[in-house]
Design a protein. Structure first.
Length: 199
């Protein structure tokens, strides 16, 4: 019974008595193949257990910081509640060319008035996707090519990322409300005053 595959030897070991296997002259080989398979399965089980424990720990940390893990064909990254990458593949980030020379993209401050105006038009608040869609409509004619480049680190165009960055600054400046629900942008009284002064 020469030239048996490992799978065939394992099957024989699992189904036939030891005496029969010895008579066939394959007992030692079948036993070795079976034990190797068992060891591989044991290691696999241990690794899966460790992986599950790590995933649980990671999820607890993500929940604590209100972050989300995103796994795509472009890589793995952790994003905040506004979809901005807080941790990811740093090499991929640099490859996107996100660091541009001064003047090669629309300055962040140019997003401020359009964001405020959109929020006023939406009766003071709006979901991230709707606000960004309307900001794009207001600003698209002034965008330069660099603004429209896709950034693999955040999976949307540079202008979108920059609008989100400006939004975070506006929250710190008090122009947008800090206590807004997750995924909602909301103008503050200070933001309304700013808009009146800078229209």
């Amino acid at each position: 019974m020469g030239n048996l595959s490992k799978e065939e030897l394992i099957k024989l070991y699992e189904t036939m008595p030891e005496d029969t296997l010895k008579k066939l002259g394959v007992y030692d080989e079948a036993k070795e193949s079976y034990e190797k398979k068992q060891e591989i399965e044991r290691l696999k089980h241990e690794r899966l257990q460790r992986a599950v424990a790590l995933v649980k720990e990671a999820q607890e940390l993500l929940d604590i910081y209100n972050f989300e893990l995103r796994v795509t064909a472009r890589g793995t990254r952790i994003v905040d509640k506004d979809g901005r990458t807080v941790y990811g593949d740093l090499q991929k980030r640099s490859e996107t060319g996100s660091k541009l020379p001064r003047g090669a993209k629309t300055p962040l401050i140019r997003y401020k008035v359009p964001i405020l105006q959109v929020l006023v038009d939406l009766d003071g608040q709006g979901k991230t996707s709707i606000v960004l869609e309307r900001v794009y409509e207001q600003m698209k004619d002034s965008f330069v090519p660099a603004d429209l480049e896709e950034l693999s680190s955040v999976e949307f165009p540079r202008w979108n990322n920059n609008a989100r960055c400006e939004k975070s600054k506006m929250v710190k400046e008090g122009l947008l409300r800090k206590e807004s629900p997750f995924g909602v942008w909301e103008i503050s009284e200070k933001g309304r005053e700013y808009l009146q002064d800078h229209k």
